[in-house]
Design a protein around this ligand. Sequence first.
Ligand SMILES: Nc1ncnc2c1ncn2[C@@H]1O[C@H](COP(=O)(O)OP(=O)(O)O)[C@@H](O)[C@H]1O
Ligand SMILES: [Mg+2]
Length: 295
Amino acid sequence: MKPSPSYPIVALNRFIEATRDSGYKNTSAAVAELIDNSFEAEASVVEIFINELSIDARRELQVIVSDNGHGMTPSVLRLALQFGGSTRFNSRLGVGRYGMGLPNSSLSQGRRVDVYSWTQPGVVWWTHLDVDEIATGAIQNVPKPVRARLKTVDCISESPHGTVVVWSKCDRLNHKKVKTLTAKLHAELGKTFRKQIYSGKTIKINGETVQPIDPLFLHKGANLLGATQYGPTLKYEVKVPGCGSKARTASVSITFSELPIEQWHNLSNDEKRSYNISKGAGVSVVRGNREIDYG
Ligand SMILES: Nc1ncnc2c1ncn2[C@@H]1O[C@H](COP(=O)(O)OP(=O)(O)O)[C@@H](O)[C@H]1O
Ligand SMILES: [Mg+2]
């Protein structure tokens, strides 16, 4: 008798290809997802490296995000690369919630992600996902973490605990040049994580510290200064519907700023654009200390 065909609910190779297309606006948004994880792991420093590799005479960019957070044990590390694997599933306390961030953001930019993590000095565990290995059936589970060595350049020097995520075979980055990608990341991450940076966290890209960017022009950073807050910050308590006793309230604060038009009106159009004055007007939505949307 012919064996009946099997119908796993998720067709793994198709799922991976489809999920690569979903969710991330651009490379900065995908990198931001990793930085969220680093800050949720109580990292004080996140170092990003954009490297240009030469593979079979082709140029290829590699993106590394390295933190000095609490790191992961081998079992958490394995969970971390599972789609839906999370140590905070459905939590509303931080930014992560569904356990999709690490694998999904990574494979949205490249065909391979390697993760190294350690919770004590020198004991580094490693595992990976590779789209091509999934397509051939070579891997069907997240490979069991094994001990590995890390080159010091890839990690925050000598932190007793931390995590390093390496994206390679990057076929979907928004920019192909190190310089352009680095500049974009400075601009986007400086704005997204401005509140974290004001509160003392550090993000570096190829050794250079990311400066905060305040779209309201009120705080000091890589932006111009000179706006004034318009009126007091408005505060609203909003009822969040829930099941029975789980209903709760959330606070929403709204701050407006007024730009110094007399002072800035002589700037050229190019200057206004480069300082995000002319094209930067809008609403910045911040939750859990990071910008989640702008429009
Ligand atoms: N940089 C990191 N340091 C420590 N733990 C991490 C890090 N990145 C991911 N993790 C762990 O992996 C899990 C999965 O991460 P992710 O896929 O982004 O989902 P989520 O953030 O929604 O939980 C997290 O819940 C966390 O336990
Ligand atoms: Mg996450």
